[in-house]
Ligand binder design. Structure first.
Ligand code: HEM
Ligand SMILES: *[C@@H]1O[C@H](CO)[C@@H](O)[C@H](O)[C@H]1NC(C)=O
Ligand SMILES: *[C@@H]1O[C@H](CO)[C@@H](O)[C@H](O)[C@H]1NC(C)=O
Length: 321
C-alpha cells in the first residue's frame, strides 16, 4: 500500500511528460507582461459573435486546424508567399472552407496596441476559440498560454493530417491518436459541430447515398444540396439542425436520431465503440461540457513552440522579417 502511494507522484510526472511540451504552458503566462490580453480578446470576440454567430464557429475550427498541423503554432494563419504555399489552400482548409482570418487580424491589432510584440498569434487563437464556445452558450476554462508562432507553414501536413467528412470511425480514431488524443477526446471535440455550417460538397454523398441517415432529415438536406450536375456545392446547412447557433449537446441528440450532417459525424453513433459516449453527452449536458473543456486543453497542448523556439509574430499572416 505504502509503496503504491509513493509511486503515484512518479506516475503523475510521467503522465505530464506524456502530455508533451504542453506541460510548459501556463494559464498565467502573460499575467505580468500583458495582464489585459484576456479581456481584449474577450471583448473583440463578444462584438464579433453578437454581430454574427458564425464567426464563433470559424474561430473554433481554425484552432482545431492549426493544432492538427505541426501543433498549435499559428502556422495556419500564414498567407501564401511567392515561394511557399501556406496551409489555407490545402486539404480540408481549401475552397474557402475556413474563414475568420480577418477577425484574428482585428484582435491581433488590438492586442499589439495593448502589449506590443508580446502575445503570440497561437495564443490569441486559443483564447478566441475558448471565448467563442462560451459566448455561444458553452463552458469556459482556463487556457494554458505561452505558445510561440511558427516561422513556416506546412501545406503538406494540412493535406494529410486534417480529417475529411468521408472518414470512417477507424480513420478518425487513428487521426486523433496520431496527435496524442484518445477516442474520448474525439467524441467530445466532435461536439464542436453543435455550431457552424457545412457546404453541400461536404455532405452530399451522405444525404444521397448513406443508409444510416434519417429519411426525413436526408430529404430535407437534399432540398438544400442538389445533385452535382446542378451545382450548389457551396450551399450551406447547419451541422446541428436542432440548435444551430447554441453551443449545447444538440449535436449528440441529432446523431441519436440519424441526423448527423456529415458521414464522419454519424460514424460516432453507428453501432460502434463510441455509441455509449454519444448517448452520455446527448443526455447529460454537464458531462459533455466538462469533457469538452478538458479535451480542448489537450488539443491546445499539441506540440506548442515554447521558450526560444519560433517567434512572436507581429502580423499573424506573415513571419517577422
Ligand atoms: C472529427 C473529425 C472532424 C471532421 C471530419 C470535421 C469535418 C468538418 C467539415 C467537413 C466541416 C464543414 C466544412 C465545409 O463544408 O466548408 C466542418 C466544420 C466545422 N468544424 Fe469540423 N471536423 C472534425 C472535427 C472538428 C473539431 C475537433 C472541431 C473543433 C474542436 C471542429 C470544428 C468545426 C466547426 C466549428 C465547423 C463549422 C465552421 C463554420 O461554420 O465556419 N471540427 N468540420
Ligand atoms: C457583421 O456581420 C456581417 C455579416 O453578417 C459582416 O458583413 C460585417 O462586416 C460584420 N461587422 C462587423 C463590425 O464585424
Ligand atoms: C509537415 O507535416 C507532415 C505530416 O504531419 C510531417 O510529416 C512533416 O514532418 C511536416 N513538415 C515540417 C517541415 O514540419
Amino acid at each position: 500500500m505504502a509503496r503504491r502511494l509513493l509511486l503515484l507522484p512518479a506516475l503523475l510526472v510521467a503522465a505530464a511528460l506524456a502530455g508533451g511540451a504542453g506541460a510548459q504552458l501556463s494559464a498565467g503566462f502573460y499575467s505580468s507582461t500583458c495582464p489585459t490580453v484576456e479581456s481584449v480578446v474577450r471583448q473583440a470576440m463578444s462584438q464579433a459573435v453578437t454581430n454574427n454567430t458564425r464567426t464563433g464557429a470559424a474561430m473554433l475550427r481554425l484552432f482545431f486546424h492549426d493544432c492538427f498541423v505541426n501543433g498549435c503554432d499559428a502556422s495556419l494563419l500564414l498567407d501564401d508567399t511567392p515561394t511557399t504555399p501556406g496551409e489555407k489552400g490545402a486539404g480540408a482548409n481549401a475552397g474557402a472552407s475556413t474563414s475568420g482570418f480577418d477577425l484574428i487580424d482585428t484582435i491581433k491589432t488590438q492586442v499589439e496596441a495593448a502589449c506590443p510584440a508580446t502575445v503570440s498569434c497561437a495564443d490569441i487563437l486559443a483564447l478566441a476559440a475558448r471565448d467563442a464556445v462560451n459566448l455561444l452558450g458553452g463552458p469556459s476554462w482556463a487556457v494554458p498560454l505561452g505558445r510561440r508562432d511558427a516561422t513556416f507553414p506546412n501545406s503538406t501536413g494540412a493535406g494529410t493530417d486534417l480529417p475529411g467528412p468521408d472518414t470512417d470511425l477507424d480513420g478518425l480514431v487513428a487521426g486523433f491518436a496520431a496527435k496524442g488524443l484518445t477516442s474520448r477526446d474525439l467524441a467530445a471535440l466532435s461536439g464542436a459541430h453543435t455550431v457552424g455550417m457545412a457546404r453541400c460538397a461536404s455532405f452530399r454523398t451522405r444525404v444521397y447515398c448513406d443508409d444510416n441517415v434519417s429519411p426525413a432529415f436526408a430529404a430535407q438536406q437534399r432540398g438544400v444540396c442538389p445533385v452535382p450536375a446542378a451545382g450548389g456545392d457551396d450551399a450551406l446547412a447547419p451541422l446541428d439542425s436542432l440548435t444551430p447557433d447554441e453551443f449545447d449537446n444538440g449535436y449528440y441528440r441529432s446523431l441519436m436520431t440519424g441526423a448527423g450532417l456529415l458521414h464522419s459525424d454519424q460514424e460516432l453513433f453507428n453501432n460502434g465503440a463510441l455509441d455509449s459516449l454519444v448517448r452520455l453527452y446527448g443526455t447529460n449536458a454537464d458531462a459533455f461540457s466538462s469533457d469538452f473543456a478538458a479535451s480542448m486543453v489537450r488539443l491546445g497542448n499539441i506540440a506548442p513552440l515554447t521558450g526560444a523556439a519560433g517567434e512572436i509574430r507581429l502580423n499573424c499572416r506573415t513571419v517577422n522579417s
